[in-house]
Design a protein around this ligand. Sequence first.
Ligand SMILES: C[S@@+](CC[C@H](N)C(=O)[O-])C[C@H]1O[C@@H](n2cnc3c(N)ncnc32)[C@H](O)[C@@H]1O
Length: 324
Amino acid sequence: MRCRRQFGKSVAVTCPARGGEGGCGCGSIVSGGAGSAPRRDVHDFQEGVEPMAITLPTFTPLEDSLWLTLCARALDNRRPHPMLGDATADQIVRTLDYDYRQFKITTNFILNVALRAKKLDEVAAGFLARHPDAVGLDLGAGLDTRFERLAPPPSVDWYDVDFPAVATARKGLVPEHPNTHVIGADVRDPDWLDTVPSDRPAIITADGLMGFLTKDELVSLLDRLIDHFPSGEMVFNSYTRFTIWVARHARGTKSVAELVKFPGVDDPHDLEGWNPKLKLVKEIALSREPEIAEFPPGQRLYYRLQARSTAWSRMGTIVLHYRF
Ligand SMILES: C[S@@+](CC[C@H](N)C(=O)[O-])C[C@H]1O[C@@H](n2cnc3c(N)ncnc32)[C@H](O)[C@@H]1O
């Protein structure tokens, strides 16, 4: 079988033949036109992955940031004991034969991305259990498969929001359901919410988005969301000024360093001052979560020490949960 590999400025591939050891040897989709040669390991092949012919739109560097988190969740799924166990993310990466090695993703990064997604999922699942008539929104959804992981009842309508090119890419890659909707929009635009029902409680998730918004953009987005729904909850990973500095300088996040605009918030209660309806439900410091017991010994020891101090815990990954 022969595959045709196309390197655009960002991503474009047509790969009609894949699957098993007999699949073709092409198919790396390379961000930013890097064009590095694909390398494989034993995890790169999986029986039963359907061959697909997909042409992805060209992504901007900002849109390209979705690969980092998607690949982290896929690699988590390949661990002997996955933290999140997102088989659909893994399948998407395998189907595209995405060259995740370009990111030099560390185990620590994989576990942090997987665990923070798990925490967002837990908050969303709890809300949906209490509000089966709810609307769910995933802002800056990328190719995340949160709906698949949550598997809410058909009474829930779920909206994945990201730039139009990403919305297009989701089609054919992320499973669609009667009650899932994809909105191709810039979340900073005021109009995209018009298509979302405004008479039902909402659970709003945002994984990896906030760092790319200025404080003013985030405040205005929160205001519009809070005004739109009668009530709801929001959960997203947040950044302190220190973690923003790290995101700009660490090797693992090098690919997005230039795109980070958020200044960081050191105290989660600060957001309550941004909108009077917003109330902090819980600050979830990953270092204090029980799943740290599943981290490798060195990281486990580090996070256990970190957990002793709130200030130090906030230097790690933080998930913030609010209601309005
Ligand atoms: C780090 S990725 C995370 C993607 C996904 N949430 C995940 O966990 O895999 C950030 C995502 O936010 C999207 N994004 C950034 N700024 C945005 C904006 N202003 N409007 C819509 N999407 C945005 C990017 O296109 C990208 O898909």
